[in-house]
Design a binder for this molecule. Structure first.
Ligand SMILES: Cc1cc2nc3c(=O)[nH]c(=O)nc-3n(C[C@H](O)[C@H](O)[C@H](O)COP(=O)(O)OP(=O)(O)OC[C@H]3O[C@@H](n4cnc5c(N)ncnc54)[C@H](O)[C@@H]3O)c2cc1C
Length: 512
């Protein structure tokens, strides 16, 4: 008999949610996490009394009864995690040369604000919202679609908007609605939240992300760690066993039973395995290749990873609110052409300046959250960067990458902080703490393929059936969760855990 009914590998948002879904269904669950602490991109780190988030800046759909809230409610933790709502009049601040726009709560308010700001573009704006609504309705309907060609044809007949838009880049929709570059920038100011410029991103992703935030943006009280802990506490009280420092190196199957082996040589068996490790790694490195249909192996091998990030984590004694820093996230772009910014940032030459970056302050968003020492603030600045600039150190150990790597990181970090001085004057002279991170940091901490922020990049060919949205990989009892399935972002990852966990419970004959 197997040691457990289910083993979940990896404790990111997807793994935690899958493990909790199974544990609440009455399954015995072992959760194995490679790193010393749980959470993946929900795992914060603490330095000198400052706590920094690594992959959570804001969340949406958390009003009572909204989608994310309902997912958390279904997991029994909606009342265990507490959130502060960011300013409904402006939770995102998009800045392009000589123009800026505050994104406000409420889709209709947003539409009206756009029409007031761009009266000549009213027709295009209305067209944008019409397509937006029709795509959302289609996406909603797609969740209850049964498999098979007939069902797909019926769906497309009912939702012809998907025939036109589901396989094209966002730039095409933007060009259809307006040629005003300011308006295009506003409709696309959030591209950092999925890491692809309009010429590359699938139309579906910018619209789904905009929809995620448009009815209000939230930040967990106490930061990403408090949100992660709500899952961990619920897992423990539902009897799940949690093991950190347990990197899985092999998944094999004999008969109906999976064998899971860790780096330390431990062996565990289970009827079901759910992997929260990127599908490229799960299917390319962990699963015994003899178990895997060759089509699935090829698909995983050919997925292109998303872009990596360069971060500056800062503690400062500056009084940020008095300098005009609010709880709004700042999305700064030096050029209207976001495709150009992306190409510059992901190229292989060293950046002399930083054409696009994101600034947020956990301590301003959540002043009572214990993020900082008294009279201080924390700032996180993030920009995208090509992996190729760091690739030559890929197989070296963290903290031991040598002088050349450290000085490249230092130069890049100083440029980023200098750029951010536009918003926080004097920052360089007021650094109480500073630490930089590169795509190699995320490769090390969450096993992200090439340090990618959002698993496979969400181009038209790599969304929906182009990634692992069915949570399966052609091996009975093996399920996939996390950003490599539905898509990047914490809510999609939680949804993947709930849906795949439900499928796994059903497979085990349990009620979820
Ligand atoms: C800079 C940045 C900012 C972001 N901001 C936001 C935001 O504001 N809002 C939002 O919704 N989303 C945001 N995201 C995206 C979001 O954080 C991620 O999409 C999501 O958290 C990924 O969850 P996941 O389930 O894929 O697991 P991950 O977080 O990728 O975790 C995977 C886990 O598996 C473990 N693991 C890997 N290999 C093994 C192994 N062999 N054995 C055992 N364990 C293993 C890892 O250690 C890790 O704990 C951001 C991402 C980044 C990078």
């Amino acid at each position: 008999m197997a040691d457990y009914q289910a083993i979940v590998i990896g404790s990111g948002a997807g793994g935690l949610s899958a493990a909790l879904t199974l544990a609440r269904s009455g399954s015995s669950v072992l959760l194995l996490e490679a790193m010393p602490s749980f959470g993946g991109y929900l795992n914060p780190f603490r330095r000198k009394s400052y706590t920094f988030d690594t992959g959570l800046h804001y969340l949406g759909e958390l009003g009572k009864g909204e989608q994310f809230w309902s997912l958390l409610d279904g997991l029994g933790i909606a009342d265990k995690a507490d959130f502060v709502e960011l300013d409904p009049d402006g939770f995102d601040r998009y800045v392009v040369p000589d123009y800026e726009f505050l994104l406000c709560k409420g889709k209709e308010r947003f539409r009206e604000k756009l029409i007031r700001g761009f009266p000549k573009e009213e027709r295009g704006i209305n067209k944008f919202f019409d397509v937006f609504d029709r795509i959302l309705r289609a996406m909603d309907a797609s969740t209850s679609m049964e498999g098979g060609l007939l069902s797909m044809l019926g769906f497309l007949l009912k939702h012809p908007v998907m025939i036109k838009y589901s396989r094209i880049p966002y730039q095409k929709l933007l060009d259809e609605v307006t040629s005003d570059r300011r308006l295009q920038a506003v409709l696309n100011g959030h591209w950092g939240t999925y890491g692809l410029p309009p010429a590359k991103a699938s139309v579906l992703i910018p619209l789904l992300v905009l929809n995620h935030y448009i009815e209000g943006a939230y930040y967990p009280k106490g930061g990403s760690g408090a949100f992660r802990d709500a899952f961990l506490n619920a897992l423990k009280s539902n009897g799940a066993e949690l093991k950190s420092r347990s990197r899985v190196v092999k998944i094999d199957k004999r008969g109906n039973e999976f064998q899971v082996e860790t780096e330390g040589g431990e062996q565990h068996t289970a009827r079901v395995v759910i992997s929260n490790v990127d599908p490229v790694v799960t299917l390319g490195k962990l699963v015994n290749p003899e178990l895997l249909p060759s089509k699935v192996r090829t698909k995983a091998k050919n997925l292109r990873p998303s872009v990596g990030a360069f971060y500056a984590f800062i503690g400062t004694d500056l009084d940020l609110p008095s300098l005009g820093i609010t709880d709004a996230n700042i999305h700064h772009y030096e050029d209207f052409d976001f495709n150009k910014i992306y190409d510059i940032q992901t190229g292989s030459t060293e950046l002399e300046s930083v054409p696009g970056y994101f600034i947020t302050s956990p301590s301003v968003k959540d002043p009572d959250g214990g993020h900082v020492p008294q009279n201080c603030h924390s700032v996180e600045i993030v920009t995208f960067i090509g992996y190729s600039r760091f690739e030559k150190w890929a197989n070296t150990s963290s903290m031991k990458r040598g002088e050349e790597y450290e000085s490249l990181k230092q130069r890049m970090g100083e440029r980023l902080v200098k750029a951010a001085e536009r918003y926080i004057p004097g920052l360089t002279e007021h650094l109480d703490y500073i630490e930089y991170a590169t795509p190699l940091t995320n490769e090390y901490w969450v096993n992200a393929v090439k340090g990618g922020c959002y698993a496979a990049e969400q181009t038209p060919d790599q969304v929906g059936p182009g990634r692992f949205g069915s949570f399966t990989a052609g091996i009975e009892g093996l399920f996939l969760v996390g950003a490599g399935t539905i898509g990047g972002g914490i809510m999609p990852c939680v949804a993947s855990g709930v849906l795949a966990g439900g499928k796994a419970a059903h497979f085990l004959g349990l009620k979820s």
